[in-house]
Design a protein around this ligand. Structure first.
Ligand SMILES: [Zn+2]
Length: 416
């Protein structure tokens, strides 16, 4: 009896210890694709918002802007409504707008979202749309509020424009400028693989040896607000472009297909999640109903694979609440057994104190996501590279360098 009591006390103690450990980000649950194709996408009214009282003005007339409604509560409080492109939608309320005032003053801004969506991104401000700093505010929820959890903050405004956004603004023009500059420097061809619903190009940068049959695929930004994933992706590709012996050897033996931005409509329209067809394109890799995923499928079938070409590794860059890697069930065998495990271990070895958060997210069933499609159809070692919304921008770069170096070393060693 006494032994039982001791055991009971010990179990209680264990529970108390566990409760105090910082909990690791659990990642998302199993993937379920919800069809939203029949839900029309709402266009955003664009222009300058003015008020009878005061001289503060807001504007959403620029790429990636999102500001759907605005009311002035009193002389210094403005309430902003942010809604999604259509519903149901993953609750990632993106917003971006400009504000100015004839006379310098302090204003309070309340962000409110459509019902069911909660606040995800704390605001950042900029005076030039390039350099951003975080603003502190607080979450608010009024008892009488029919809208979802809101966020309230205070900023100084003046004649000079102040930019406010959920993350640093990084539009399709910025991405393609980056790709074109890198392409020119490295003599890497930049081409178009297709067009979006609203006629924007989906661009492809081919990096490395154009004659090589050994291929790697990098895709990014299927989800518009995921700027940190974009930053990680670009730093990764830049490491492959570096002027050292490892990168040079890799570029001689491999050909890297980079589709840096899969959803330019969503990015430039300030969408929360979907493309202009109203669909989460990273749930469309089974149905292939959308122009962006169809262009990718055709590129894979006609060019990247087949005729003796082999796609060895595929990375899909995203952002979420915290850094995590979504992988294929390690029990399933791909083209390079052990590659993913060893690649993930490299992070631990090369970044002191860092332990990658890893979650298997595909074992069988429909391949609605890119990485599961690559694995199931081509045996490609594939994963989702997720960066936290608030991961330090320096760490994103550091980690991408390690990721690219480990990939280059392992592929050079193991691909026959
Ligand atoms: Zn995503």
């Amino acid at each position: 009896m006494r032994q039982f009591f001791t055991l009971f006390l010990f179990l209680l103690f264990l529970q108390a210890v566990q409760a105090q450990l910082p909990s690791k980000f659990q990642g998302q649950g199993s993937i379920k694709a919800v069809s939203t194709e029949s839900r029309p996408v709402q266009r955003q009214w664009k222009g300058v918002f003015t008020f009878p009282r005061g001289d503060v003005q807001f504007c959403n007339q620029f790429p990636a802007a999102r500001l759907n409604g605005l009311t002035q509560e009193n002389d210094s409080v403005y309430s902003i409504l942010i809604t999604s492109e259509n519903t149901p939608v993953n609750g990632s309320p993106w917003y971006a707008f400009k504000v100015w005032s004839k006379r310098p003053r302090t204003i309070n801004i309340k962000l409110t979202y459509q019902q069911g969506a909660s606040h995800r991104y704390n605001p950042k401000v900029s005076k030039n749309g390039r350099n951003w700093s975080a603003v502190n505010g607080e979450r608010v929820k009024r008892a009488d509020d029919t809208l979802s959890v809101a966020y309230q903050f205070r900023i100084e405004v003046s004649r000079d424009t102040t930019w406010v956004a959920a993350q640093e603004l990084y539009t399709s023009a910025d991405v393609y400028k980056w790709a074109a500059a890198l392409g020119r420097k490295m003599s890497w061809p930049l081409s178009t693989i297709g067009e979006t619903h609203w006629g924007r190009p989906v661009m492809l940068l081919k990096a490395g040896n154009l004659q090589s049959r050994n291929r790697v695929l990098i895709i990014g930004r299927q989800h518009p607000p995921e700027v940190t994933g974009q930053l990680a992706e670009q730093a990764f590709v830049e490491r492959v472009a570096a002027n050292d012996s490892l990168a040079t050897a890799f570029r001689e033996r491999f050909l890297l297909y980079v589709v840096p931005l899969m959803n330019p409509d969503g990015v430039d329209e300030g969408f929360w999640r979907h493309n202009a067809g109203g669909v989460d394109i990273n749930r469309d890799w089974q149905a292939f109903h959308q122009p962006e995923t169809r262009a990718m499928r055709s590129l894979l079938e006609k060019e990247i694979t087949g005729a003796g070409n082999k796609l060895w590794f595929g990375l899909d860059f995203h952002s979420t609440h915290d850094d995590i890697f979504y992988i294929v069930d390690p029990a399933l065998r791909g083209s390079l057994p052990g590659f993913i495990k060893d690649w993930l271990q490299a992070f631990q070895q090369r970044i002191p104190g860092y332990e990658p958060n890893i979650k298997p997210l595909y074992s069988e069933g429909p391949t609605s996501t890119s990485f599961s499609y690559l694995f199931k159809n081509y045996g490609t070692e594939a994963l989702v590279y997720e960066i936290g919304d608030n991961t330090s921008r320096e760490f994103i770069i550091q980690k991408s360098k390690v990721a690219a170096e480990a990939m280059m070393q392992l592929l050079l060693e193991r691909v026959p």
